[in-house]
Write a protein that binds this ligand. Sequence first.
Ligand code: NAG
Ligand code: NAG
Ligand code: NAG
Ligand code: NAG
Ligand code: NAG
Ligand code: NAG
Ligand code: NAG
Length: 514
Amino acid sequence: MATTLFLPLLLQLIFLSLVSSASSSNFTSIDCGASGSYKDKSGIEWETDKDYIVNGDSHVVESPDSVPEPLKTLRAFSSRKKNCYPIPVPGGGRVLVRATFYYGNYDKKRSPPTFALQFDANSWTTVVTSLDRLVQHEAIYDVFAEGTAVCVAQTEPGQMPFVTAIELRTLEAGMYDSVDSSYALYPSDAYDRIWAPYAASGGLVPAKSDTSVMDPTTVKDNPPADVLFNAVSAENGSTDIVLHLSMLPADNPVFAYVNLYFAGMSQLGSNENNSFQIYVDNEIMGTTINPPYQSAAECWILVTDASASTNITLRATPEATLPPLISAMEVFVARDGLSNGTDASDVEGLIALQQKFEVLQEWNGDPCLPAKYNVEWVGCSSSHVTPRVTALYLSGYGLSGDLPDFSTLTALETIDLSNNSITGNIPEFLGKLPNLKELNLGDNKLTGAIPSSLLKNKNIKLITCGNPDLSSSNGQKTCNNTPSSASHPNSSKIIKSSVLTVISFFLIVIVIMS
Ligand SMILES: *[C@@H]1O[C@H](CO)[C@@H](O)[C@H](O)[C@H]1NC(C)=O
Ligand SMILES: *[C@@H]1O[C@H](CO)[C@@H](O)[C@H](O)[C@H]1NC(C)=O
Ligand SMILES: *[C@@H]1O[C@H](CO)[C@@H](O)[C@H](O)[C@H]1NC(C)=O
Ligand SMILES: *[C@@H]1O[C@H](CO)[C@@H](O)[C@H](O)[C@H]1NC(C)=O
Ligand SMILES: *[C@@H]1O[C@H](CO)[C@@H](O)[C@H](O)[C@H]1NC(C)=O
Ligand SMILES: *[C@@H]1O[C@H](CO)[C@@H](O)[C@H](O)[C@H]1NC(C)=O
Ligand SMILES: *[C@@H]1O[C@H](CO)[C@@H](O)[C@H](O)[C@H]1NC(C)=O
């Protein structure tokens, strides 16, 4: 007889426990909006987000005493298309990232917002926050660079994005390695993801381990011991356990990655046998499961066309004397091929600008992606595979000092650096940028002669007025305040200047980090 267990069990517990066992530098826990760093009751070291981000404002939820420490505060963002937390991942590798959102009526408007969540150059999901419930999203993906950025972006007028907490865990080499690295895994999220031992109905009973010894390291995906001390068992050997993937979409089949964990709840007697087999939609999988005592067995299944009607059945073998059981299950959905982001040499050029002009360090995350969420002062080509930076709209950003070498930005067509306090000579490389059509250097403090590369290049519309000390043959001393035709529609916004100390720049190359 088949018994149905509608699965709310998924993986939340697993990751909660990963959190509590973590203490290495491979683990980052950021309490957004917190005034300082602290260790919580389970020994987790939480950092304030002050060293990660400068934009946004800290807030305290309406009833801070009713929630655990990390949920008491948050950071909300009223400006910028997107705001990113850059997190170092030295050497790159596979990471699990969890973002937590607890609205808690912090603004007393009883109006929980909806906004976009992104990582690096990739869209992640839409965050729909709730008045009184915690909302969490998790993803597992590969970081090819030295860091990753978790970003929120406004999508609805008047709905301010916020973040309560961000946790990042570097996964051991080999974890979840049956997954193609060009995809991200999103734990399927439609249900409460805590294993609920209420399954003690319809032929299923809860089971509890009779030991306090557990070695979860025998399986590669490192489930926490806590998850393995409990199981759901069939009442008797003639009852199947049927797991429905009802959290998946009913219509469009997805590529799902299912992890099952099994641990024996007691030592088998000499005549006992607890073996069972796994069927996906009536099709038998190769392995026979013999749940080990005081350690765990894991089985992962790739279901290429999984949907809400997919079922996974655990059925006792003919030799078995005990019913099948299961301790935990994770369901991931592989989505969107990942983008490696904006062209690396373009990013290098932008970093050169950020290193020279500190005010530009306030922006981070991928400069061009996800599409429409580019950095405000950058224009991009529309390619979603590897976008190029085609424009710099830096008029009136308060830039002072000499221009750095940003000649690696070879796709630039428009450069607007007007109305700043840029000093020194006009660099020769500007005339050699192969695609440049417009260069506005008006209203600065440039000196010396216009380089021959620019004077000879007829493709470039050059504006140098308003640089009184520039020895230019055409004698344009003032610009008559004509706004530049290259000016970005929203670039006149005044940007408050502030100093970053610890933040990495764009995510591809981490230049400064402490
Ligand atoms: C971080 O993870 C890597 C790879 O799993 C490991 O070699 C290294 O020892 C870890 N570092 C710390 C501080 O735990
Ligand atoms: C096994 O349990 C099911 C209900 O879960 C029950 O209907 C059936 O009679 C039981 N079989 C035996 C042999 O006890
Ligand atoms: C139980 O039976 C299976 C065959 O179905 C066998 O592979 C396994 O070794 C047996 N387990 C024990 C503990 O004897
Ligand atoms: C499981 O799925 C298969 C194939 O769709 C179906 O034939 C079977 O009836 C399902 N079993 C249960 C218990 O839902
Ligand atoms: C991203 O970069 C990595 C490492 O350089 C490479 O293996 C992967 O194929 C790239 N992915 C895409 C989509 O270009
Ligand atoms: C020049 O930039 C400043 C801010 O740095 C701004 O207040 C001013 O309006 C700008 N002038 C023009 C003509 O755009
Ligand atoms: C400029 O800002 C306005 C209002 O904030 C917005 O509607 C518009 O899309 C922006 N334009 C660009 C090019 O970002």
